[in-house]
Design a protein around this ligand. Sequence first.
Ligand SMILES: Nc1ncnc2c1ncn2[C@@H]1O[C@H](COP(=O)(O)OP(=O)(O)O)[C@@H](O)[C@H]1O
Ligand SMILES: [Mg+2]
Length: 275
Amino acid sequence: MLIEKVEEEIKVKGQEPIKVLKDVGRPCHCLKQKSLKNRFKNALIPEEFKNARFDNYKTENETQRTLFNATKDYLKDFPNIMENKPKQNSLGFIATFGETRIRNLSGEERYKVKAEHNSFGLGKTHLQMAAAKWILNNIRIHDEIAPGQKSRFDRGCRVLCVSDIRFMGELINAKMNSDGGQTLNKLLESAIQADVLVWDDIGKVKYSETKEGLYYEIINERYRQQKPIIFSSNEDIGTLSEKIGYAASSRLEEMCGDRLYRVEGKDYRLRREAQ
Ligand SMILES: Nc1ncnc2c1ncn2[C@@H]1O[C@H](COP(=O)(O)OP(=O)(O)O)[C@@H](O)[C@H]1O
Ligand SMILES: [Mg+2]
C-alpha cells in the first residue's frame, strides 16, 4: 500500500477554512507485482511447461488449429465466465479413442488403432498451461460480498494446476495419514477453492473406489459452486467415466457443454522422425 499525504480543507461556518493533511492509501505497483508473483508460485505450473505459450504453439495442422482456437475462444469468454458464473464454464480436451480402450485391444488391431487415433503429444497440456498463465496475468475478480453485490475492490485470479498421477497419489497418501484428515482436507480445499482448476491428464491413475470418491468430491463441489475446470485426458468420454466414475465425468461433460473437444492427431514430439 502506498500512503500519500493529501491536503484537505475543513470548512467551519463563520471561520477561515482549516487546511489539514490526510493519509490516503492506494495499492502500489510493486505490491501488485508481488501478489502476481505469489499467485504464479501457488499455481504450481510444472517446470517443463514454464515456456509453453500461445506464441510458440504451432498451428500447422487441423488438430492444432482446433485446439488453439478452442483455447482462444474460451479465454475470450473467460471474463464473462468469472463475472456471471454460467453453468457451462469449463474447457476439456479428451481423446477420440481412450488409452484404456486401446490397451484392451489385442495385437495388430491395437497397433493400428493407436497409430490412427493417437491423442498424445497434441499440445493439450501446452495450451492449457498457456491459458493458466494468461488467466493469472489478465483476470481480476470482484468477490461477491452479499447476494447480488460485488466488492468494489478487485483481486487477482487464483489458479491451481494439478497433474493426475501426482495429485491423486498425494490425496491417497493424505487419506492414510493419521492426522485426523487434516492434510487431506487441506488438499481437497485447495482444489475446491481455487478460482480455476487446471487438471492435467485426468483419469490417468489406476482406478479404485476410493479415488472415484475423491474425484467426485472435488468435481461435484466445483460443479455446485460453478467454478471452472480446465482439463485434458487421454481417455475418451466412455473410458474416462470408467476411470473417474460416471457421476464425476457426467458433471465434467455438463460443465463443458460444447467446449468438450475430442481430439486425435500426430504426436508433436515425433515430428522430426516423420519428416
Ligand atoms: N503445436 C505445438 N507447437 C509447439 N509445441 C508443441 C506443439 N504441440 C506440442 N508441443 C510440445 O510438445 C510437447 C508435448 O506436448 P503436450 O502439451 O504435453 O501434449 P499432450 O498434452 O497433448 O500429450 C510439449 O513439450 C509441448 O510444448
Ligand atoms: Mg498432456
